[in-house]
Design a protein around this ligand. Structure first.
Ligand code: FAD
Length: 502
């Protein structure tokens, strides 16, 4: 039996890799990675600079790990749908194996590849703990609410132990005529190396897991929401790229943590299961809201908005809107200016700005900051969640179709959530509660770092003397708020109520 083990970017490891282990027990093994232009064409790769850096580091390490075990990872450029069937024929492969993806783009790719193959293409479950799209309520429908999903998950899940990496792999068959290339460098793709990103690769991932379970993990239940503490695992990139298997994380946490910390952490992994399962059941979520009554929501800056008239384009360039006569164009120009302020971290709300800047610099944002920031964009600014979702996908190293889409839809009020849409986070009270020391804001918004704690989350409330002593002039060193919290909240609630009454 000759098996092609197709690594596809969500399984970049040798530990607990079931397709690889099975193949090695059955005869010849050919490890393959395809450099598909869908991701690796330089123009596309440059649009995902952080994910690309993590992925290339992980791929390079995988290459070394496989070589150390006596085989070789073959890297072949081209479109997967053409390359894989061609290689299977040329190399007389009997079976193709790999991990299934939950994301629609991967499922469609696999469907097309399978159609063109004359040998079995076995897609293993393993991106999640339970095969996504299989849990069903008593009436046979997918779960629409997390708590019910979680209960069913705990009833159904039988989570096995991870398998350690094989020490040796069968050497690569000699008769392969392969047009292989090496892992591209960031420079070749036109991407500058970012030293602030988490390091890719299985070894760094295993170190992160160990550090977490033997340190901050013990207080996870108390600290996970604190943006000013190092209280979360930072394993999202590893779960996204598969430098750790979900089973490895689940079992390490189950073994090493106890009580409330363990429960709280495993609950987050079940959220991940829920998001992936929901996307498999509803692939239309990539373009549509989960709550169908949100379709056609009157976002001020919808994803569908093109660049409007000449008048609007020139206002856009100048970054101003008062000169525009038409009120609807004026509204859109203001919304565009608000969008740019949100992206740059210049909304005048320190916690929102800190999260925007952390994203651009580190490719990571704390979960609480993601929720506040996404709520602010969609509810305070009434800007289409799909714009925020796409921006996060561009810059998050852990950018993941299921979790990101689920997180944005949940934050916008149109997602799978037991609560109705009217939760609107107050960026000031959220900051006071979850960045109590102000350390998160001070790190990312250094221009207001000298403000006393009492004003760090609402600089505009500081008395003139305090601002003067801190050396800050609002509007010059740091913006005043671009919207007023109370009126923005009311505007969202009225807009949503009237849309849903239609
Ligand atoms: P920890 O708190 O240590 O959690 C452990 C793991 O549980 C995470 O690594 C992640 O895999 C999973 N997890 C935690 N929270 C969630 C959640 N709410 N939904 C699903 N899985 C979760 N997560 C991503 O992995 N990729 C994304 O692209 C992404 N986009 C998001 C966008 C928005 C608007 C929001 C509100 C959330 C998003 N999340 C995303 C979920 C969450 O913010 C991150 O998983 C988390 O912040 C990663 O940090 P951590 O690994 O330290 O998390």
């Amino acid at each position: 039996m000759r098996t092609l083990v197709w690594f596809r970017g969500k399984d970049l490891r040798v530990h607990d890799h079931a397709p690889l282990a099975d193949a090695a027990g059955a005869g010849d093994v050919i490890p393959l990675f395809v450099l598909d232009p869908y991701f690796f064409a330089p123009a596309r790769a440059r649009r995902l600079p952080h994910r690309m850096q993590f992925l290339l580091e992980s791929l390079r390490e995988l290459e070394v790990s496989i070589a150390a075990r006596g085989s070789r990872l073959l890297i072949v450029p081209g479109r997967s749908v053409a390359v894989v069937p061609r290689l299977v024929r040329a190399w007389r492969v009997d079976r193709v194996v790999g991990y299934a993806w939950a994301a629609p783009v991967g499922r469609e790719r696999d469907r097309r590849v399978a159609e063109r193959l004359r040998v079995p293409f076995d897609r293993y479950d393993g991106e999640t703990l339970l095969a996504p799209g299989t849990l069903r309520s008593g009436s046979g429908t997918p779960y629409a609410v997390f708590t019910a999903f979680a209960r069913a998950f705990h009833r159904a899940a039988l989570i096995g132990s991870p398998v350690t990496a094989l020490r040796k792999l069968p050497s690569l068959p000699r008769d392969l005529d392969a047009n292989t290339v090496s892992v591209p460098t960031l420079e070749e793709l036109g991407i500058a190396h970012n030293p602030q990103l988490q390091r890719g690769g299985e070894q760094a991932a295993r170190r992160r897991l160990h550090r977490f379970v033997s340190g901050p993990g013990r207080l996870y239940h108390e600290r996970r929401d604190r943006m000013d503490e190092d209280g979360t695992s930072r394993l999202s990139c590893d779960l996204k790229f598969g430098t750790l298997s979900i089973r490895t994380v689940w079992s390490a946490v189950s073994r090493s943590l106890a009580g409330a910390a363990r429960r709280a952490f495993l609950n987050e992994l079940v959220w991940r299961e829920f998001m992936h399962s929901t996307l498999v059941d509803r692939p239309d979520l990539m373009t549509k809201p989960f709550r169908t009554d949100f379709e056609g929501f009157p976002w001020r800056y919808s994803l569908d908005a093109g660049l409007g008239s000449r008048e609007l384009r020139s206002a856009h360039r100048e970054g101003s809107s008062p000169g525009i006569a038409d009120p609807s164009l004026r509204r859109e120009a203001t919304a565009r200016a608000h969008w740019r302020a949100w992206v740059r971290g210049a909304t005048g709300y320190p916690i929102v700005d800190a999260s925007a800047r952390q994203l651009l610099a580190e490719g990571f944002v704390h979960n609480r900051a993601r929720m506040i920031s996404a709520s602010f964009l969609t509810k305070h600014l009434l800007i289409d969640y799909r714009r925020g979702e796409a921006h996060y996908m561009r810059y998050l190293t852990d950018g993941d179709w299921a979790n990101n889409n689920g997180g944005w839809q949940w934050s916008a009020g149109c997602g799978a959530d037991a609560q109705p849409y009217f939760r609107v986070f107050n960026p000031v009270t959220q900051g006071v509660k979850f960045d109590a020391s102000g350390a998160y804001v001070r790190r990312w918004v250094p221009e207001i770092a000298t403000l006393p704690d009492a004003y760090i989350h609402a600089p505009w409330t500081a008395p003139r003397t305090v601002l003067r002593d801190a050396g800050i002039v609002l509007g010059r060193h740091y913006p005043r708020p671009i919207v007023d919290h109370q009126s923005a909240r009311e505007r969202f609630l009225e807009t949503a109520a009237s849309h849903l009454r239609r």
